[in-house]
Design a protein around this ligand. Sequence first.
Ligand SMILES: Cc1ncc(COP(=O)(O)O)c(C=O)c1O
Length: 463
Amino acid sequence: MIPGSSPPSGDAVKTLDRDRLAALMASEQADFVDRHPKAAALHERARRSLLAGVPMNWMVKWAGAFPLYVADASGAHVRDVDGHDYIDFSLGDTGAMAGHGAAPTIAAVERQLRRGITTMLPTEDAIWAGEELGRRFGLPYWQFTITATDANRFSLRLCRAITGRPLVAVHDHNYHGTVDETFAWLGPDGAVESRRGNMGPQVDPATTTRVVPFNDLGALEQVLADRQVAALLIEPALTNVGIVLPEPGYLDGVRELTRRYGTVLIHDETHTICAGPGGVTGRDGHEPDMLVVGKTIGGGIPVATSGMSAAIADRVAAATSLEDADVNGIGGTLAGYALSLAAVRATLGEVLTAEAFERMIPRAERWAAGVDDVLARQAVPWHVTRLGARAEYHFMPTPPRTGAEQWANGDFELERFLHLWAMNRGILMTPFHNMALMSPATSEADVDRHTEVFEAAVRALFG
Ligand SMILES: Cc1ncc(COP(=O)(O)O)c(C=O)c1O
């Protein structure tokens, strides 16, 4: 997700009647307030003790006048304190991709709670996790953190340490968590700038970071050629500005160029694990030097990981001093804690299995086909993109090639209306763009209900 993002509107939504949209939004907002008296009262109370009335600032971005308050969540459904049931296509922005409360994860976590949550010592589950991650992603050595942000930050540090190079490179319109160096984008004149929304940066990211458009190998070669870039950190498909898929050969070209110029290639599969059990990397047989994956691997228990090749592991070992191992800027007291590894073992071993993906991916195909069919019948010039178990509609007639193109065709007002319309009819969409994720528990009926609700929204807007 991208906190603070509000893209401008593009051509494909210019035909929208803005007065009609505003009237519809006002009426949906009134319905939302009417239907949620308990959440309204809790929000009033929250405003007296929580900053902006929420436990974390991005929760203000939900489309209702105030956030829903959750009573319980299970499988692909969430129930709120006002007694409404929701089909959850947001799934905690991937944190709950395994489904809410998957039984094997709960059982493993309950067991581990009684055996010791954190001791600063390894458990055998960690070895199981390293072996399984190696099998899925093709990299032999793994280290665990609490969040994907941490795993990315530590990976960039390791890359600077082993290459002796000062800079990192990322894609334009990336999101890799709250990693300072990545909060950079390309300004209108093509120069690197601090991205919109970046609050209080430590240093100007233009001094730490080079930025390249997605799907542009020429631009990538230009930023790598002087051999100043330690690491290229990428999602193999953009997912945070909206889904932007790699063109055929793009990721192979990225691999070839990073090898040629001695830059460490890091795949961040935190969201793109939706492509299959080994993400895009495993599905298509890519060979990054390092790989990060977080959020879902513990079934909702905080944990993330970074993996590396044997060659990188050797260089890291040579750069690491025993005496300074606790103060080298890579750590976290609870990182690698026993509870998190028990959760990873159960979630990867019994929940997010290859068989689960065989159910989840057809659900996303059905979701995308449903939306596509509505758009065709209503003659609305929008497009649907799918990546494995995740799909998204864009307010433009063709798939975006770059993050900037997707951004230019975004529409914050329209997006909020669609999210609120869905929420008032029992569907949760991620509040950041128009993305739906399937869990192993998502049913065909859940997907078909989305199609129905989406069709009604499109009719209300354009009919
Ligand atoms: C691709 C990617 N990497 C890393 C992160 C950071 O994850 P976390 O917020 O759990 O640290 C995100 C969060 O949305 C992400 O989308």
